[in-house]
Design a protein around this ligand. Structure first.
Ligand code: ADP
Ligand code: MG
Length: 991
């Protein structure tokens, strides 16, 4: 009811928006008619005329009708002259002139909104209208596609219009060098995927060492094709450029076998319970059985017996009842007790693994506390209130407690990841093992994601489980979420066939409104109700029968699956029946696009995961319309309704006939985890369902959609959560990147360098003057160890108060620096000054990112207390950022004089720079990496130009490991000296 009312309101709002734009359509069409009498040269001349008018102060909005008319008229000329265009090596005949609804779509995109236009409505062409208009500004328009193939295709195809009208078009492709990329961005229009754009941003702002290294030239306007896929499906995965870490913390090898026996023990327990449940069922005690089976679900969610029991609707209901009961507030203690009856418990929904006391005892019978996180707060309190300890001893005791805490957290984290790897992540579902590597399977699309890695040690844990080579851990060098990348644009727009169900999220997060554009012709697709089966086996058998039947009649079919695994199962079954078919897994975009384009031919059977061949048009061949057009079958409802709509939308384009239906079973993941199986089972009994045949009823559809809404909600929360945490990082990144870019682009960096030095001096003077008595010795010591100033206490005493001290220091530093650089090549000195700041920012920012990762993890452990982890995170992150800024300044002061001594080394490095930059030696070979909650890219080889550039300036001495002797006191280990855990502070003094 509420939905209906909302739809009414949304509908009218939407209609109002469309109606508002309609008069402009008339205006565009009138203008277009007037253009028909022009010569082609005169039409082309419009582009420069528009540019002049913009320069004179006219706005893009004012130019819109005429500019759209120019594009439309250009399309008309192409169509009339039957122009053939070379698109990815094949000739395509141009035969399209924008329809009125396409003009409306173009206006919606220009206004910075999302245009929802069904599949086949010609969104590729729609984008050319606002792209041409906005490119007139000269600021660069970015058009984002879902894969490299589509970027290249659209740049070839639509590029014809832009080029004809005198604009330049570029296209990003994976593996291009830096200079190639710069050339693409220099164009008026640039096509590319979201990750190419995002990673270029990271390289430009986090790694480039000269302005020439930077390839992008601002973020003016971006149109995202398949915007839901980019901003929603990919949004849970931030982009990360990473390099290998210096010190490894994983202990998976060490714990692997003991965790394996723990899992075996647990499986034994769970199987016993499952058998007891069986006896209870036989004795008619369904409720008792449900409770036992719920325990099995907690302890071993993928237990075979459990999965079998879940096939029976009655038993499922009993399990759900038991679960519901446990989660009532009054029963929490019972839930806790239940968890203590097993070695560990797994929450499949949140994919978390928790050791119980039994588990801890099993892992280490001598010291069960070994696997328990120490209570740091109480410990610190005890230390603080311990009267027998002196101030120094207290500090030491606290540091030791901190070290214990970190070690224990690390251990527990290792165990928990190993447990998740064995009990939640299933081979051939979540990942595959190929050539001694664990490769992630994308849960939404079924694509294999080589190069992507789960974060937080999970990937290594899975590698340990599978006994393949455990790859090195990596460290973040630069990171941003897709969300925050696209928030950089002054204006953002998107298009897709399916945005409406996610309209709230687009509004909340991106401030993007959604406008549903009517189709050019009415859609006559027939969507049948879902067919529901008890088991997967029954479902698949019925599916094959259906395919056989329609195939015999010659009707083409597109079978959509949720994973590569199920594509392959169906393919095997079809082979057994000798039905020719193709399987698409979104692995080879171009090839698959060519295959999918033929899905509308007579008798074609195409099995595809949801991203496979996306963006490719399926046209019906002659005679197929009479057979009912393309029939789409979904073999499983996806986690969101939107993906289902995408699949259905593959048929019945532009008024073609077509139909669709989903086949589902209780064993599908969606139904297992989120289905309200009790209600559905009840319905099924009521509707009189036989054992082997599927059941169909509109009520059932609604129950399935309720399950989907639940998942959508959860996923939305996850994305929002990622964003809230990333917002903190985003602010910090903005500050750091702005500072970096300033330095990078300044022609004379010295004033900025001295500004930094002055701030540092002011802070130091303030601190030393703030003690009672004033710490003049400390100030003298600091000044002389940081800079070769040769100052004495008397100098300050003579000077007067703290203002004079600061003045004296500032003057002395300048004096000393002038002497240093007097005889050097001024250009080299400038470059050097730039590197002094960049070096400090990069090194410490990367350390900071690493520390922030750690903070994220530990904050979650702390959530056990009453505190809101997000607030805690914000507070601590704020403090850490303040420290970071202080440390960068300190390092600038240090490096200013230190680096001058290696100036000649620098000069030779600098002279080699132009060639290097041209060859693109920033980590270009970054490949995408996925994680639970974060996706990253790995900079292959690890050494980037940044690293190399800074090498001469880095402090002397190797990076110290925990067990190396301390450089200050060789009798102590580095880890324990200064009482700190691997604190860099002693390192600093020694250098
Ligand atoms: P979408 O991205 O909306 O699914 P496409 O951009 O892939 O659709 O276009 C689908 C098909 O429609 C293409 O074959 C294209 O040539 C055709 N098309 C688009 N616009 C027009 C038009 N105005 N007139 C004729 N054909 C068109
Ligand atoms: Mg498209």
């Amino acid at each position: 009811m509420i939905g209906w009312v909302l739809k009414k309101i949304l509908g009218t709002q939407n209609q109002r928006e469309v109606r508002r734009l309609t008069p402009l359509v008339g205006e565009i069409n009138r203008q277009e008619e007037a253009l028909r009498t022009l010569s082609f040269d005169e039409l082309r001349g419009k582009t420069s005329a528009f540019r002049e008018r913009l320069a004179k102060g006219e706005t893009l909005d004012q130019l819109l009708p005429e500019a759209f008319a120019v594009v439309k008229n250009c399309c008309r000329r192409f169509t009339e002259e039957k122009r053939k265009i070379k698109v990815r090596g094949q000739e395509i005949l141009w035969e399209m002139i924008p329809f009125d609804v396409q003009l409306i779509g173009g206006m919606v995109l220009h206004s910075g909104k999302i245009a929802e236009m069904a599949t086949g409505e010609g969104k590729t062409l729609v984008a050319t209208l606002p792209t041409y208009l906005n490119a007139l500004s000269g600021k660069g328009v970015h058009v984002v596609t879902v894969n490299d193939y589509l970027a290249a295709r659209d740049a070839d195809w639509m590029g014809e219009v832009y080029r004809e009208l005198g604009l330049t078009v570029g296209c990003l492709q994976h593996g291009q060098t830096q200079s190639e990329r710069r050339a693409q961005y220099a164009c008026d229009i640039t096509y590319g995927t979201s990750s190419e754009f995002g990673f270029d941003y990271l390289r430009d702002n986090g790694m480039a060492t000269t302005p020439e290294d930077q390839v992008q030239r601002g973020h003016f306007y971006s149109i995202i094709d398949e915007v839901d896929s980019i901003l929603i499906d990919e949004a849970r995965t931030p982009l990360i450029i990473s390099g290998p870490v210096t010190v490894s913390t994983h202990q998976f090898d060490k714990y692997k076998s003991v965790v394996e026996s723990l899992v075996r023990k647990q499986n034994g327990l769970c199987t016993d319970w499952a058998n007891q449940a069986k006896a209870k069922i036989e004795a008619g005690d369904l409720q008792g059985a449900g409770r036992l089976l719920y325990k099995v679900k907690l302890g071993s969610p993928r237990n075979k017996l459990l999965l079998k029991f879940q096939e029976d609707p009655g038993t499922r209901r009993a399990i759900d009842d038991a679960e519901l009961e446990m989660y009532q507030d009054t029963r929490r203690t019972e839930l806790y007790k239940t968890k203590e009856e097993m070695y560990f418990s797994i929450d499949e929904r949140n994919s978390e693994a928790d050791l119980s006391e039994m588990g801890r005892n099993f892992l280490n019978p001598n010291d069960p506390h070994f696997f328990l996180v120490p209570d740091l707060i109480t410990k610190n309190h005890d230390i603080e209130t311990n009267a027998s300890l002196g101030a120094e001893e207290k500090l030491k005791a606290k540091a030791a407690a901190q070290a214990d805490y970190e070690e224990a957290s690390q251990r527990i984290h290792n165990i928990s990841q190993l447990l998740r790897a064995s009990c939640v992540f299933e081979k051939d579902v979540h990942y595959v093992v190929q050539e001694n590597k664990v490769i992630i399977v994308d849960e939404y699309t079924g694509r294999l994601m080589p190069g992507r890695r789960w974060s937080d040690g999970l990937h290594q844990a899975v590698e340990a489980k599978e006994g393949v080579q455990i790859d090195r851990e990596t460290q973040t060098l630069a990171t941003i979420t897709i969300q925050n990348y696209f928030r950089l644009y002054e204006k953002l727009a998107g298009m897709t066939g399916t945005a409406e169900t996610e309209a709230n999220e687009f509004k909340d997060i991106y401030r993007l409104g959604v406008v549903v554009i009517p189709t050019n012709r009415n859609c006559i697709r027939k969507d049948a109700d879902d067919l529901i089966f008890k088991t997967r086996r029954e479902k698949l058998n019925a599916l094959i029968e259906e395919i056989k039947k329609r195939n015999a009649a010659g009707q083409p079919m597109l079978v959509g699956t949720a994973s590569v695994e199920s594509s392959e199962i169906i393919s095997r079954m079809l082979r057994r029946e000798n039905i020719p078919h193709s399987v698409l897994n979104a692995k080879q975009h171009q090839l698959e696009a060519e295959i999918v384009a033929r899905a509308g031919e007579r008798g074609a059977v195409m099995i595809a995961t949801n991203m496979a061949g996306r963006g490719t048009d399926i046209k019906l061949s002659p005679g197929v319309a009479e057979l009912g057009g393309l029939h789409v079958v979904g073999t499983e409802r996806h986690e969101s309704r939107r993906i289902d709509r995408q699949l259905r939308g593959r048929c019945a384009r532009q008024g073609d006939p077509g139909s669709s239906q989903f086949f589902i079973s209780f064993e599908d993941d969606l139904m297992r985890n989120f289905g309200d199986s009790r209600r559905i089972a009840g319905l099924m009994t009521k509707l009189g369902m036989e054992d082997n045949e599927g059941l169909q009823h509109p009520w059932l559809n609604r129950s399935v959609e309720t399950a989907q809404k639940r998942v959508e909600q959860r996923n939305y929360q996850v994305r929002k959560h990622t964003l809230q945490y990333d917002d903190v990082m985003n602010q910090q990144r903005t500050v750091i990147y702005a500072w970096r870019t300033d330095i990078l682009n300044s022609t004379d960096p010295r004033p900025e360098v001295f500004e930094t030095v002055d701030e540092r001096i002011a802070a130091e003077v303030e601190a030393r003057a703030g003690t009672d008595p004033v710490d003049l010795e400390g100030l003298v010591h600091w000044a002389n160890s940081a800079m070769p100033l040769g100052l004495q206490k008397e100098d300050f005493q003579k000077a007067g108060g703290k203002e004079e001290w600061a003045k004296l220091l500032k003057a002395k530093v300048r004096e000393a620096y002038e002497v240093k650089v007097k005889f050097e090549n001024p250009e080299a000195v400038k470059a050097l000054e730039r590197y002094v700041v960049l070096g400090a920012i990069d090194r410490l920012w990367q350390e900071h990112l690493y520390a922030m990762d750690g903070l994220r993890t530990s904050i979650n452990l702390r959530a056990y207390g009453q505190k809101d982890p997000l607030i805690e995170y914000k507070n601590e992150a704020y403090g850490m950022f303040g420290e970071l800024m202080g440390r960068i300044k300190e390092e600038v002061v240090h490096n200013l004089f230190r680096s001058a001594s290696s100036l000649s080394a620098f000069e030779s490095f600098l002279s080699a720079l132009p060639q290097r930059a041209g060859r693109g030696e920033l980590p270009m070979e970054a490949t995408a990496q996925s994680t639970e909650g974060s996706m990253s890219m790995q900079a292959e080889g690890g050494t980037s130009m940044v690293e190399e550039a800074l090498a001469p300036m880095k402090r002397q001495g190797p990076k110290l490991g925990r067990n190396d002797p301390c450089p200050l006191d060789p009798n102590k280990k580095f880890k324990n000296c200064c009482g700190a855990t691997g604190s860099k502070s002693c390192f600093k003094v020694s250098a």
